[in-house]
Design a protein. Structure first.
Length: 218
């Protein structure tokens, strides 16, 4: 099934939209099957799980980190992550920069924007992202690659569409305002339940778990 599901997404996604196969909570065999089918980009949201999988599975996999990242876990994630999609505090950003400096490695990141309605949802406000990008050059070991966001958790397509419209507008605004950030080109929106709504808003990355690997057993 995993191979068929991947083939479906490769066929349906427009060129230029990167598919991240979100493999969190799924075993090595499932990832290996997806890898054998040709998938190379995977997403994980727990540091230890990412670290263990990255050390075991083929080295040409690109791992995206998608979860809440505590600063004491950076060493489990930053050596392996091709992209940290979930930078959500200034403190985390500063610590990533510090780790990059110490390890002479520039870390590609997305800033996670709080867009959905849920109070618990993590992420920066728009004002915080603006403040931070005005100071972007202070973070010499961070590469700002774009924005990540999650829409409200609802079946109401109009609400989700409005969430995606808002982040897409803000993304376009930032690209105009900060042309010197030449890598600021990724908009990571869309998951199993709402990716079709994300595409017309210019998603460049979709993060698909359940629709590829099935339900997660927690
Ligand atoms: C788990 C997760 C996904 C994938 O969710 P599905 O609904 O299973 O596709 C995408 N993005 C983030 C940030 C996640 O934590």
């Amino acid at each position: 099934m995993i191979t068929e599901n991947l083939q479906y997404f490769w066929k349906e996604l427009p060129p230029g939209v990167k598919l991240v196969a979100v493999s969190k909570f799924h075993p090595l065999e499932a990832i290996q099957e997806a890898y054998n089918a040709g998938q190379r980009v995977f997403g994980e949201n727990r540091p230890q799980e990412l670290c263990q999988k990255a050390q075991t599975l083929p080295a040409d996999i690109q791992w995206h980190f998608l979860g809440h990242l505590q600063t004491n876990k950076l060493k489990m994630v930053l050596p392996y992550a091709a992209l940290v999609e979930s930078v959500d505090t200034l403190h985390l950003l500063s610590e990533i920069d510090r780790w990059g400096r110490a390890n002479d490695k520039v870390i590609p990141v997305l800033l996670e924007l709080h867009i959905g309605a849920e109070k618990t949802k993590q992420g920066f406000t728009e004002e915080e992202v603006l403040e931070l990008l005005f100071r972007a050059e202070e973070f010499r070991f961070v590469r700002f690659c774009g924005l990540m966001g999650m829409a409200s958790h609802t079946d109401d397509a109009a609400t989700v569409d409005a969430d995606f419209a808002r982040i897409a507008d803000f993304f376009a605004y930032l690209r105009d305002l900060f042309p010197e950030l030449s890598d600021f080109s990724e908009l990571s929106i869309g998951m199993s339940g709402d990716w079709r709504l994300a595409i017309p808003h210019g998603a460049t990355i979709v993060r698909i778990g359940t629709a590829i690997f099935g339900e997660r057993s927690l």
